[in-house]
Design a protein around this ligand. Sequence first.
Ligand SMILES: CC(=O)N[C@H]1[C@@H](OP(=O)(O)OP(=O)(O)OC[C@H]2O[C@@H](n3ccc(=O)[nH]c3=O)[C@H](O)[C@@H]2O)O[C@H](CO)[C@@H](O)[C@@H]1O[C@H](C)C(=O)N[C@@H](C)C(=O)N[C@H](CCC(=O)O)C(=O)O
Ligand SMILES: Nc1ncnc2c1ncn2[C@@H]1O[C@H](COP(=O)(O)OP(=O)(O)OP(=O)(O)O)[C@@H](O)[C@H]1O
Length: 531
Amino acid sequence: MELRPAHARGANLAQVAARVGADALHLMGPGSARPDGAEPSSVALSGATVDSREVRPGDLFGAFPGFKVHGATFGAQVAAAGAAAVLTDAAGAELLAADAVALPVLVVADPRAAMGEAAALIYGDPSRDLVFVGVTGTNGKTTTSYFIESALRRLHDRTGIMGTVELRIGSEAIESPRTTVEAPVLHGLLARMRDEGVTAAVTEVSSHAAALDRIAGVEFAVAVFTNLQWDHLDFHKTMDGYLDAKARLFEPGRARRAVINVDDEWGRKLAGRVQIPCERVSTRPDAPHLADWSVTWADIGLDGVGSRFIFTDPEGAEHHAESPLPGLVNVSNSMVAIVAAHAAGVPLDDAIAGVAGGHEVPGRMERVIERSDVDPLAIVDYAHTPDALTLALEGVRPITPGRLILIFGSDGDRDQGKRPVMGEIAAQLADIIVLTDENPRSEEPAAIRAAIREGIQKVRPDLHDVHEVEPRVEAVAYGLRLGRPGDTVIVTGKGHEPTQEIAGVFHRYNDRDAYLAAHARIVAEREGGQE
Ligand SMILES: CC(=O)N[C@H]1[C@@H](OP(=O)(O)OP(=O)(O)OC[C@H]2O[C@@H](n3ccc(=O)[nH]c3=O)[C@H](O)[C@@H]2O)O[C@H](CO)[C@@H](O)[C@@H]1O[C@H](C)C(=O)N[C@@H](C)C(=O)N[C@H](CCC(=O)O)C(=O)O
Ligand SMILES: Nc1ncnc2c1ncn2[C@@H]1O[C@H](COP(=O)(O)OP(=O)(O)OP(=O)(O)O)[C@@H](O)[C@H]1O
């Protein structure tokens, strides 16, 4: 899938310079005396990128001072690939000059922020032409984004989504390289969407993206905050620093309206400081907070699927709504999505119906095999932290008349401390455990399983109903075969991921596909047995 439009509106260097700040225009280096004698300021720019490996002729290349290397180091490559100009900082300009890179150079103090503005201009400010919603928060970004998209579809024929799982324009999709793409990719994709009749889109906004200005130049119709939990402090240092990064999405000029979940103290802090019109949402009936929209009652386990809940609107009127996925967290995600879609222009009743009908969130409480009189319910979930595992297992328990069968493992080369903790949680909350591998990476898979087993044994010293099966594809098949019609089988940790990383090699692997392949074999055996 192309990540940029076939024909960009384009801009010249002088226009870009004006957009990123009048005093930013420092045309310098050998490029300022162009061989064709043309004024550098009239150089036409037809695309933008921050990666030398993705330069196309006519591009503006953003050369950033990186954590590892300065992008200007790649000046010669980008010139050879046809870049028309470079936008960088003073250090980058020096590097380009030292390498005698023959391109006009635009120098600014903050190239990451300037690059977003420049890309927005080159692609014709597409975010202003769409109803564009940005979702940030530690957890629930993906789920909430899909719920919002589902509600937006009630009003918009063609929608788009960008996030951890995929980049999708209408029905065309590719795997996503990360949660939030670089600013030029974001603007390029939005421009393609606009050109192809998409009128509303949603993106997840990671805190890294906000901190590194990947949303520069974007104007959101609605900015959404789900929650803030302990995470990513290697990057943001403190929780306040983490909140500051997220808060950038809610600045005047960046977003027109805010929808903020005020269940946690960080949401309340954020709501207290935003300067744009803000809807505060309280989603926990057991711990309500002062808000414009409040969930007042929730019944988990509607028909063995999701939940029913009641909320009040800012006028105090009551509304009945449904979450299509299990667990209280999805009542929360649904409530936030309803308010966000409504703030984005969807009539309230349509927003409620749209969210209730939003089934497909790849790898997030995804129902792969429905419960029937011969099959258990089989679910894939992305929970890969102790908190998320607890919530996932508590979420499916009320929709499980029989036994809860958990298939799981833990990542290699990542937090080791969580392994026994997750083992303990599994032993407390699941009836049957199938212990297996996740992404072992460079670690010995058996050692990771042993650390998890240690936690399990604290609760079940005799390891009853604990099975250890690898590879993962066999564990999924094993767990599914154990399941009887009233049981729920849940495989956690990898969600939508399309690969499994073992000893430096990425193997094609997906939990949903593993279920479906195993189920096909079970069905064939069943039918064979009947003949
Ligand atoms: C920590 C972090 O976010 N790093 C980002 C940062 O990288 P960096 O400063 O280390 O880049 P660098 O390698 O020093 O290179 C400097 C510059 O040279 C460019 N370059 C580099 C090599 C080359 O051959 N050619 C080239 O042009 C790079 O694009 C970059 O602009 O700037 C780069 C672009 O300018 C980003 O691609 C890169 O994201 C990396 C790939 C990444 O993995 N980020 C993760 C942490 C991330 O953003 N994750 C969040 C989700 C977090 C979560 O919720 O779990 C996400 O949104 O996906
Ligand atoms: N509102 C929530 N609060 C806490 N946990 C949640 C919430 N919503 C979902 N989860 C749990 O977190 C997992 C990840 O959910 P989701 O992918 O929607 O979040 P995310 O913020 O997009 O995270 P990631 O960027 O890692 O994908 C889910 O599998 C679920 O177990």
